[in-house]
Write a protein that binds this ligand. Structure first.
Ligand code: MN
Length: 285
């Protein structure tokens, strides 16, 4: 069978779990924590969202990262980022912040509102060993600069990567990374299908944050708050309805050992212990 005619199948469905992080921020952890190789090159996805200030007002005060990239995508509300490099970034609806922690960053992510709705996502993307100790960098991406596409009633915002969707090339803002991540926000307006040509061997994840979706030719309805991890070869076929909103996240696996402790993701526990020492000695950044 021609590989292009093969459809990716459901390997696993995960239900986003309520938890808290930072200074008491209530959020849903979609995946992350243990057994991370199956998501390679991705490490974690959180959905934060509430219209109650008490759920987000504590924010994420000053904390470190080393060894990976954090991607924050806002749907509603205002957040402010400050880091040790002197960057101050304001994130509003539709904005994205793509931060490479590299060898070390110390930053805060705090709400810039005292009431009203806050909603967004944070994705962690791993770095290969050769890039883990490279300098930190920071990219504030304005909502207006994120390409949007209308494909037969399906609206697609393309934050990262280049994929062919329904036969059309869809290009994002962030391209050229070694893990070649693609990050799409897909909104359906009626019963429609999207057919995405994801390179063979790549990890593909679909997270439904409103409505439901059906993957490939399965009968399983992936409802709001569920993530599908798909098999690594073939096209990604998604069906949705008028309420459906979902994220499509794909990338090239790194294939290296993952050692993870809190805000540090390295290849070995020795490197993790070094990061912890560097942070407590004040030499992380
Ligand atoms: Mn952070």
């Amino acid at each position: 069978m021609n590989k292009q005619h093969k459809l990716r199948e459901l390997e696993e469905v995960l239900i986003a779990q309520s938890t808290s992080d930072g200074d008491g921020v209530q959020l849903k952890r979609v995946f992350g924590g243990s057994d991370l190789a199956r998501f390679d090159p991705f490490l974690m996805l959180d959905e934060f969202g509430s219209d109650k200030a008490a759920d987000y007002i504590g924010g994420f005060p000053s904390h470190p990262h080393r060894g990976f990239e954090t991607v924050t995508y806002m749907l509603a509300g205002q957040m402010e980022h400050r880091d040790h490099m002197g960057n101050v970034g304001s994130l509003g609806p539709g904005d994205v912040q793509w931060m490479k922690a590299g060898s070390g960053v110390i930053h805060s992510e705090m709400p810039k509102q005292e009431e009203g709705k806050m909603h967004g996502f944070q994705l962690w993307v791993n770095l290969p060993a050769r890039e883990k100790m490279t300098p930190a960098s920071y990219n504030d991406i304005d909502a207006n600069s994120i390409p949007s596409y209308q494909l037969n009633g399906v609206a697609i915002k393309s934050i990262a990567g280049e994929l062919e969707v329904n036969g059309e090339k869809v290009s994002g803002v962030v391209i050229g990374l070694s893990t070649d991540p693609s990050y799409l926000d897909v909104s359906f307006s009626s019963d429609q299908q999207v057919d995405i040509n994801v390179p063979d061997g790549y990890t593909a994840l679909v997270y439904v944050y409103a409505g439901f979706a059906v993957i490939g030719d399965s009968n399983y309805q992936l409802s709001q708050g569920k993530l599908a991890r798909l098999s690594r070869d073939g096209r990604l076929l998604l069906s949705g309805g008028s309420e459906t909103k979902l994220l499509v996240i794909t990338g090239r696996p790194i294939g290296e050992p993952i050692a993870h402790r809190g805000p540090f993701v390295m290849n070995t526990m020795d490197e993790i212990h070094q990061a912890i020492r560097d942070y407590s000695d004040g030499t992380l950044v």
